[in-house]
Every structure is written in structure tokens, then in C-alpha cells.
Design a protein around this ligand. Structure first.
Ligand code: ADP
Ligand code: MG
Length: 297
């Protein structure tokens, strides 16, 4: 196992940020770590990388007990913190050489890593002159310098523009070919594009831990429908194959069905039978997004 987390609890004062979290990650997988703001993602990542201690529980990376042997574990981990601190006034190359010197890494590695993350054209610039996307690459480069087996990336794509996002995503995917990667994000498509597996947490507890292949193969569709009048829940419940529903706005319903059959026609008939008009109807087939909405609401 590359990562093993066993019954981890973390309390800040009286607040429980993590509650009995357990999961393991096999070598070579790329796992998306999702959850609403404040769910505990960064806290878990800081514990995994040995920067803070849990209140209870055990954590190991590449078989090394992180709590008793943080330094050894950190040799195997590349960590990109959420608000990655960079030295803005340093030149990219200088910054990475400085990081390499701290960890007693050969200077040659710096050049290899600059190439690997696509920083060559920017390497002669100062960190503060770079766009956010390139600054993230500097952070990634720093995390890769010691050639770790495990990468822990805390929201590596937050704040990037759509092009940068695609580039960093591709880079993560590429890195995932020979490393175990755990990264947090708010973007579902990112998880769908890059990950083998997703772990969703809510209020410090795991609510979903699934392979993307499992999620894709599930029979599930969501219809968002707006009627011209408010209707009672008891009527909605009569729809066939209805797994769950939510009435977010007065006349708008999110209906989840567990079938492959196209339920739009059924919803139309339902409206007609009940003397309702449909003002809007959308189907969503993004199962991961549905799952996230369902489980974190
Ligand atoms: P996420 O990364 O999923 O947004 P965090 O791990 O940052 O969540 O935070 C989880 C919870 O713990 C939040 O409610 C947050 O306010 C709280 N928290 C995080 N760090 C601290 C801290 N140093 N002191 C007190 N509370 C904290
Ligand atoms: Mg966070």
C-alpha cells in the first residue's frame, strides 16, 4: 500500500475536523479527494505529509509510519500545499536550486524537473513574474525534485484559467503513470478526466469511496424539471424508477432515477396527467456530479 490511513480523528479545540477516517491507496493509483469547503481535505493532507499530528489514528506512506518517522516518510512524498509558499523574488531556477540544496539533491535534477513540468521557457524569470499556472508548475517542480513515489497535491488547479487547467491536468495524469497521486479539487470533470478513484468527504467523514469505472457503469440519470406550479411531494413520489429527489427552488425538482430508460418522456406524461406545464427540463448524465450533490448536501 502506498497510503494507509486508519481511524484518523483530528480535533481543533472542540471542533472535529476529521472523524475516524480510514482508507488505503494502492501503488500507482490516481485518487481524487473531493469535499465541500471545510470538509477536512487539507487537514487530512497535512497529516499524511507529517506536518500536523492527528488526535487519534495511524497513517503510513510506502509502509513508513508517518507519525513516528515523518522525515523518512517525507523523502517518499512530494507535497504541494494549498497556498503554496514560493519566494516571489527568486528566479525560478534559483528557487528550485535552493530547494534542491536544502534536500541535498543533485543540481542536475533541477534541470530534469524543469523540463518535466514544462517550465523551460519561464525558468529564467522571477517567480512573481509568472502567471498562476506557471507558479503552480514551480510548486509541482519543487514537489518532484526528490523523485517521490507519492504525490499529495492540495487543490493544484484552483485559480487557474481554462487553458492552464487543461495543461496542469495533463501533467498530473502524466505524473500518475509512475506515481501514486492523491489530489484535492472542486472540479468534477477533473476527477473524471484524471482519476481512477474518488474519495468524497463531508464534515470529516468519508461519504463516497469508489472507482470511477464503477460510477460510470451505474444506471443513473438526473432530470432537473421546472413546473408552472408548486406540487406536493406525494405526487412526485409516484414517478417510476425514482431513487431520490430534491426540491431546490419552489417549482424546480432534481429527480434521480436508477434506470437506463430515458425518463424525459415519463416526466412529460406525468406533468400532463397532473395538469402541469413544464417550463424547463434538463438531463444530467454526470454521475459523479450527482453523487457529489447527493452525498454532500
Ligand atoms: P478543506 O481543505 O476540506 O476545505 P480544512 O481541512 O481546511 O478543510 O478544514 C476542516 C475544518 O477544520 C474546517 O472547519 C476548518 O475551519 C477547521 N480548521 C482547519 N485548520 C484549523 C486550525 N488550524 N485551527 C482551527 N480550525 C481549523
Ligand atoms: Mg483545503
Amino acid at each position: 500500500m502506498s497510503i494507509a490511513v486508519s481511524s484518523v480523528t483530528k480535533t481543533y479545540g472542540s471542533q472535529k475536523a476529521l472523524n475516524q477516517l480510514s482508507f488505503t491507496i494502492e501503488k500507482g493509483s490516481v485518487v481524487g479527494f473531493l469535499g465541500p469547503n471545510g470538509a477536512g481535505k487539507s487537514t487530512m493532507m497535512k497529516i499524511l505529509t507529517g506536518y500536523i499530528f492527528p488526535t487519534e489514528g495511524e497513517v503510513s506512506v510506502c509502509g513508513i509510519d508517518v507519525l513516528n518517522n515523518a522525515i523518512e516518510a517525507q523523502k517518499r512524498i512530494g507535497y504541494l500545499p494549498e497556498h503554496n509558499p514560493l519566494y516571489a523574488d527568486m528566479y525560478v531556477k534559483e528557487y528550485l536550486q535552493f530547494q534542491a540544496a536544502i534536500y541535498k539533491i543533485d543540481k542536475k535534477e533541477v534541470f530534469a524537473v524543469i523540463e518535466r513540468v514544462g517550465l523551460v521557457p519561464e525558468a529564467h524569470k522571477k517567480v512573481k513574474q509568472l502567471s498562476k499556472g506557471y507558479q503552480q508548475r514551480v510548486g509541482l517542480a519543487a514537489a518532484l525534485l526528490h523523485n517521490p513515489d507519492v504525490l499529495i497535491l492540495d487543490e493544484p488547479t484552483t485559480g487557474l484559467d481554462p487553458n492552464q487547467l487543461i495543461e496542469i491536468r495533463a501533467l498530473i495524469k502524466e505524473l500518475g503513470k509512475d506515481k501514486t497521486v492523491l489530489f484535492s479539487t472542486h472540479i468534477m470533470q477533473e476527477v473524471e478526466a484524471v482519476c481512477d478513484r474518488v474519495i468524497i468527504i463531508k464534515k470529516g467523514e468519508i461519504v463516497v469511496d469508489k472507482l470511477l469505472s464503477e460510477i460510470r457503469s451505474e444506471d443513473s440519470q438526473q432530470i432537473e424539471v421546472t413546473f408552472d406550479y408548486k406540487i406536493e411531494e406525494q405526487f412526485i413520489k409516484r414517478l417510476p424508477h425514482l431513487k431520490s429527489y430534491k426540491n431546490n427552488y419552489d417549482t424546480t425538482w432534481f429527480l434521480n432515477f436508477d434506470t437506463n430508460e430515458d425518463m424525459r418522456a415519463v416526466v412529460f406524461d406525468f406533468a400532463q396527467e397532473n395538469g402541469l406545464k413544464i417550463l424547463g427540463l434538463n438531463t444530467h448524465n454526470q454521475n459523479l456530479e450527482n453523487l457529489f450533490r447527493e452525498r454532500t448536501n
